[in-house]
Ligand binder design. Sequence first.
Ligand SMILES: [Zn+2]
Length: 190
Amino acid sequence: MAKLYYRYGAMGSSKSANAIMVQYNYQERGQKALMVKPRIDTRDGARIVASRSGLSTECIYMEELDMEKVPEYDCIIVDEAQFLSREQVEMLARIADDLNVPVICYGLRTDFQGNLFEGSQWLLARADSIEEIKTVCWCGKKATCNARLQNGRVIKSGEQILLGGNESYVALCRRHWREGNTGRDGQTQS
Ligand SMILES: [Zn+2]
């Protein structure tokens, strides 16, 4: 019985690197794992999943996933899964249940305002297995929140998905996310 997995973590928790390594492990065993991502994410150019560590691999867009071809694969891996729609998450559940192909999704839990993404919400609701990929705040505590930075400052308002701008993100513990404290710029490090 194949499972639907959701492996979530904050920004910088090596989710894409993990996804690429899982695909590589399938290939090493002579099996095929298809890499997929939602189309909304175009930061890495067309049909590429790239990690900050430098690993990258080709992928298809979720919108191009053909249910009739899914049985040719031993596993479906989805990166940036927070950007999935509810309908796409339901489709992934059907792949696991009806086609018996495991689906491993990697993504964020919450956005920069602390709200669930649509994909995260429905993966948390539907996944058979939910695992956290851990990373740390500058203070050493576990980082569970994502702060959006603009000119080095934490900002708390704006669109949920903002790609291609000058914004960047940093993973913080909940307290330092609440305080907007990135541990830089002379802010108190208490
Ligand atoms: Zn902290």
